[in-house]
Design a protein. Structure first.
Length: 408
């Protein structure tokens, strides 16, 4: 029998109500000693599981990432000081047709014994709790956006084309005018509520506000407005909690805020997802692959089949894409990068590329303990310098380049 790399390992097959554990203990005289037990998932049962593994002298416990059911098991083992690996289910697939809870736990233990498993990134407990807060914020933000879209849909249904005149249906002027419509104010007086540049568009506003608004529509608009205010207050409370949670990581949090496109909340959300210890990932390339922000690899027989980004952390991807959309409007390298790529790659792929670059920069800042300094590279200019001669030749070839008249 081949000697294992880890002498005492445990494989845990985690479900909602049960945890099946198999312990493999190295036996110098032959096959490893094996023992399998089943436990419940209540707190007391998890303590019994941790006590059993401790008594067996287990050096490493391994479990699959199964929804959220692994979290209480992981924390119970972490509290007693056991080394725990959370592994990707794609990396531990067994032979088809040989799948039972006991066999799954045995397979996990055997792979761990041979040193064939790589642990997934699990942040410390404090950041795990903040992750729950940040992901709840993501849901609340989506609900708020949905309610705002529903408000505009009701207005369009009534023939009120306010969104065709104002740039932001959720701006100060638009909100005041919508509230006036709900309260039944005469349409001729509503354009007077406009502020800023909209005061010069009173005739257009009056034309856009003409529509058929029934009492049922007013009821719906009133309910939606109330829900929007409630969700906005909830988001404000969540943001306050996130900012307070950044106190132990203030230096890292402030470093990320120096990157164009990342504000206080964006930097906090990113830090909660990737953590502060970049040694855990090893390199910026591995961090990008883990987040799903880099091109995928799919090559066979020398043929490149696809470069689609891999499945990764969808929360990091959303944060970076939102930050990239903001960064492309700043006076930084990201603006030139966007202008240089968007023509040939399109908006969406360019945003992913900018997000990829921002993530690599974040890795460097957190690892080296530095603040962001923009290099001042004009990527749009570099693209023109590289492709300009080819563009001019093409224009001459098709007779589209007109020579300037020579002046005496």
């Amino acid at each position: 029998m081949i000697k294992g790399i880890v002498e005492r390992v445990a494989g845990l097959d985690v479900h909602k109500d049960t945890v099946v554990g198999t312990v493999l203990l190295e036996n110098p005289g032959g096959d490893p000693l094996k023992e399998t037990r089943s436990f419940g998932t209540m707190s007391q049962k998890l303590k019994e599981l941790a006590s059993w593994l401790t008594q067996q002298g287990v050096e490493l416990a391994v479990m699959e990432s199964t929804g959220i059911y692994w979290k209480p098991v992981f924390e119970a083992l972490e509290e007693v000081g056991l080394k725990v690996f959370l592994v990707n289910a794609r990396h531990v697939r067994n032979v088809p047709g040989r799948k039972t809870d006991v066999k799954d736990s045995e397979w996990l233990a055997e792979l761990a014994r041979c040193g064939l498993l790589r642990p997934s990134f699990v942040p410390p407990k404090d950041l795990r709790e903040l992750r729950s807060v940040s992901r709840y914020r993501e849901k609340m933000s989506g609900m708020l956006a949905s309610e705002k879209n529903r408000l505009q849909k009701i207005l369009d249904e009534c023939g009120i084309r306010l969104s065709s005149v104002v740039s932001d249906i959720n701006g100060v002027s638009a909100r005041k005018m919508i509230q006036a419509l709900i309260n039944g104010m005469p349409i001729t007086e509503i354009p007077e509520l406009a502020v800023g540049s909209l005061r010069g568009k009173k005739e257009e506003l009056l034309s856009a506000l003409e529509g058929t608004l029934s009492e049922r529509h007013r009821f719906l608009l009133r309910q939606i407005e109330s829900h929007i205010r409630f969700l906005s207050d909830e988001l404000a409370q969540i943001d306050t909690l996130l900012i307070e949670g950044m106190a132990p990581y203030r230096q890292e949090w402030q470093r990320l805020q120096t990157i164009p496109g990342l504000d206080q909340i964006g930097a906090a959300l990113l830090l909660v997802e990737i953590g502060t210890d970049m040694e855990r990932f090893g390199s910026a390339a591995r961090l990008s692959a883990w987040a799903g922000m880099c091109p995928g690899n799919n090559e066979s027989a020398g043929k490149r089949k696809s470069g689609r980004t891999p499945h990764g952390n969808k929360h990091v991807r959303q944060i970076l894409c939102e930050a990239a959309n903001c960064a492309r409007r700043t006076k930084s390298q990201f603006s030139g990068l966007y202008q240089g790529m968007v023509i040939r790659r399109g908006h969406k792929r360019t945003i992913v590329a900018i997000g990829h670059k921002m993530l690599r920069i974040s890795f460097a800042l957190l690892k080296n303990g530095e603040h962001y300094r923009d290099p001042g590279i004009d990527y749009e200019k570099l693209v023109v310098q590289r492709n300009g001669p080819r563009w001019l030749q093409a224009l001459k070839k098709f007779g589209l380049l007109q020579r300037e008249p020579v002046t005496a």
